[in-house]
Ligand binder design. Structure first.
Ligand code: FAD
Length: 444
């Protein structure tokens, strides 16, 4: 169904589709004497000459031989598995152990807990979704504890398969912490490897970095000026980042034609660079990983997976983050922790709790809330900079927050906009009122 929908779009927009495994061919080796892509199927290959290429080959679960220092892990079908295999299981286990604290690990943990499976999440607290707002993270952990998720933070000292085909995990000694855990199914979710090998990147001078990721600049350009890379293969980590980067690259490739056409109609000239919004795409943290200590130990790559989800690229937090946990968690824009200490007085933060709204109470999400962050502008208006939500339909609600952040909406505009009654959207009204009530500059 989804394939058909995508295929119809290709037809509508006149995109040629070649199904097969792709590799990059430098012009010296190409039969066309031009940069080319070779697409192969078991029976035949075609070579497509091209001026520009965009690589979007995604990522796959990282499967190490050893996790954390010298602890080895042997993957065993249906017992000790990765997240790819997890998506293929047919029987619901009674107990699951999950190693990792990133998006994938936490999503599976909450879903299994909701299904009544006994879940143990094995990860140090600092590695639990480290990119999330502190209060959202705490609320999610509290909600998971309520669903009987057991958080285990002690270091693993061994993993083995038992005679009755269960996974036995041993831990270093720690007060109030079990020393062993036996589960029906153990999933290791320690980051993702980019699908860059096999593309022959080296032949076309495309540089590869950590975890196999293709190195790109803030405009998604690789080290070869004619080749772009987007999404997980260059460290995106989120579906929304991949989609937005795709749009951005196609703008860079094709927008100049439209600009030239428009300019010729208006009889003026505008450089392409001015057309692309650098403030949106270019000025964010170009390489957040540079300053971090993510080396190759696998516990660190669990952490890297978590950070990657929000900061994997220069697109950073401006792209909405949506986590399909139970309950959903979403965020866009500035987080409270990012406000510099000396600027705290220029920001206001408002909250709206699901339990305080009729529609919120229907959702049964008594711990859910929406948080809005705004900064005071030169004329004393409060401009929305960030929104963070936990609770039912957060992943829908965040789109409104994204529009607010990107259109630089003010809290004053929000409180003066009529909102439909008995809706979750009204959380924005309540949170904006709350924020304004705390601002010394507010007239409301
Ligand atoms: C279990 C799980 C949960 C997730 N949860 C969330 C979430 O809650 N929120 C969120 O935003 N993101 C989530 N993600 C991440 C999200 O799915 C990815 O960020 C997104 O799919 C990346 O898109 P992409 O286009 O870069 O790669 P993909 O969607 O992986 O697509 C890459 C495609 O390229 C193909 N390919 C690979 N190599 C070649 C080759 N040589 N030739 C031709 N084709 C090739 C692959 O077969 C694949 O079809 C989750 C991921 C997983 C695995």
């Amino acid at each position: 169904m989804q394939c058909e929908e995508t295929f119809n779009k290709f037809v509508k927009y006149k995109v040629d589709l070649f199904i097969g495994s792709a590799e990059l061919i430098p012009k010296e080796e190409s039969m066309h004497g031009k940069l080319s892509v070779r697409v192969c199927r078991p029976t035949n290959c075609v070579e497509i000459p091209t001026d520009k290429i965009c690589i979007a080959t995604g990522s796959r679960a990282h499967r190490p031989n050893k996790i954390y220092k010298n602890i080895s892990i042997e993957f065993v079908p249906n017992v000790i598995i990765d997240s790819t295999e997890m998506s293929q299981i047919v029987d619901l286990p009674r107990t699951v152990g999950i190693i990792g604290g990133g998006v994938i690990a936490v999503e599976y943990a909450t879903v299994f807990a909701k299904l009544g499976v006994g879940v143990s999440l094995i990860c140090p607290k600092k590695n639990f979704l480290p990119f999330l707002e502190e209060d959202i993270k705490e609320a999610l952990r509290a909600r998971m504890s309520k669903e009987h998720v057991l958080f285990l933070e002690s270091e693993i000292s061994g993993i083995k398969l038992t005679n009755d085909r269960k996974a036995l995990i041993s831990f270093q000694k720690m007060a109030l912490h079990p020393q062993t855990l036996k589960v029906d199914l153990l999933m290791y979710s320690g980051g993702r490897d980019a699908n860059s090998e096999g593309l022959k990147c080296e032949a076309v001078n495309v540089e590869i970095g950590k975890f196999g990721r293709i190195e790109v600049d803030s405009r998604c350009r690789t080290t070869n000026p004619d080749i772009f890379a987007i999404g997980d293969v260059s460290g995106g980590g989120l579906a929304s980042i991949a989609a937005q980067q795709g749009r951005y690259v196609s703008d860079q490739l094709f927008l100049n034609r439209l600009v030239i056409k428009a300019n010729s109609m208006l009889n003026k000239s505008t450089p392409m660079e001015d057309v692309l919004d650098d403030d949106f795409f270019g000025s964010q943290n170009e390489n957040v990983f540079e300053s971090n200590e993510f080396e190759s130990t696998e516990y660190e790559s669990v952490e890297a997976e978590s950070k990657l989800a929000l900061f994997g690229t220069s697109f950073g937090a401006k792209v909405p983050l949506t986590l399909w946990t139970v309950p959903e968690v979403a965020g866009v824009g500035l987080s409270e922790g990012e406000i510099p200490y000396e600027s705290k007085g220029k920001y206001v933060i408002g909250y709206a709790y699901f339990k305080d709204l009729a529609r919120g109470r229907f959702s049964g999400e008594d711990g859910g809330f929406l948080k809005i962050i705004a900064s005071v502008d030169k004329i004393g208006q409060h401009v929305v900079k960030g929104v963070h939500v936990m609770g039912e339909a957060s992943n829908e609600l965040i789109q409104l927050g994204s529009v607010m952040v990107h259109s630089k909406a003010t809290l004053e505009q929000i409180v003066n906009t009529p909102f439909a009654a008995v809706t979750l959207s009204a959380l924005y009204h309540v949170a904006s009122d709350d924020a304004l009530s705390k601002s010394p500059l507010s007239l409301y």
